[in-house]
Design a binder for this molecule. Structure first.
Ligand SMILES: Cc1ncc(COP(=O)(O)O)c(C=O)c1O
Length: 208
């Protein structure tokens, strides 16, 4: 489900105080999770020139309908033959993919850019960090750079639409062994099992 709240329609111009009635739009469509074959194939990403916008301009932590920054990054990645873009912040640190959070695995530790890198604190990210805590996987929210991605044993992205998808290629070079890594597979399984349990609970609520 996508829920959009807008200031509503109003006269042409940027002053939204002119909008008379707020609008609430709810779009419901079946979610299509990546197939097992798509998971195995993984994603090729490009580190694009286009930077994630700084919080002082428009905070990436806010989930807004303004996706022009991300759309331009995706376009750049597609022109480079990649499936998605990994965007850097204005300091050249890893931020996030165009509609997903980014993770690396190095020496058995899960690393992901901290919120201070200028990212959306995705709901799937929160779940992944929680699941790793529960299963004893060390996690660090850290300042990461392109060299960290290049040197990673594994990498993946996460979002509520796509779940967890391995990143197997960065700028045409394989990440680790160039296929979904073992920790990525474990986290994916924990995540999907937790989602299935939640769906089962929602369809069979316990009597009050
Ligand atoms: C820029 C950006 N980062 C990360 C995410 C992942 O967030 P979530 O896990 O809540 O879907 C999204 C999702 O749309 C996004 O647009």
């Amino acid at each position: 489900m996508r829920v959009i709240v807008t200031r509503g329609a109003g006269p042409l111009g940027l002053d939204f105080r002119g909008a008379a009635r707020r609008s609430l739009v709810v779009i419901a469509s079946p979610a299509r999770r990546p197939t097992p074959a798509e998971f195995e194939a993984g994603l090729g990403v490009a580190l694009v020139e286009r930077r994630r916008m700084p919080a002082a301009a428009l905070d990436p932590a806010a989930k807004t309908g303004n996706y022009l920054n991300n759309a331009l990054a995706l376009h750049e990645a597609r022109l480079a033959g990649a499936d998605d873009a990994v965007m850097l912040n204005e300091r050249g640190e890893l931020a996030e993919a165009t509609t997903a959070n980014v993770y690396l695995v190095r020496d058995g530790i899960l690393l992901t850019p901290a919120v201070e890198a200028g990212i959306l604190k995705g709901t799937t990210r929160t779940r992944i960090l929680h699941l790793c805590g529960r299963h004893g996987v060390p996690v660090r929210e850290a300042t990461l750079r392109p060299a960290d991605l290049a040197a990673a044993d594994e990498a993946f992205v996460s979002s509520s639409v796509r779940g967890i998808l391995p990143v197997v290629v960065v700028d045409g070079r394989p990440v680790g062994a160039g296929r979904p890594g073992p920790l990525t597979r474990r986290i994916h399984r924990w995540f999907e099992d937790a989602a299935d349990e939640e769906a089962a609970r929602a369809s069979h609520p316990r009597p009050a």
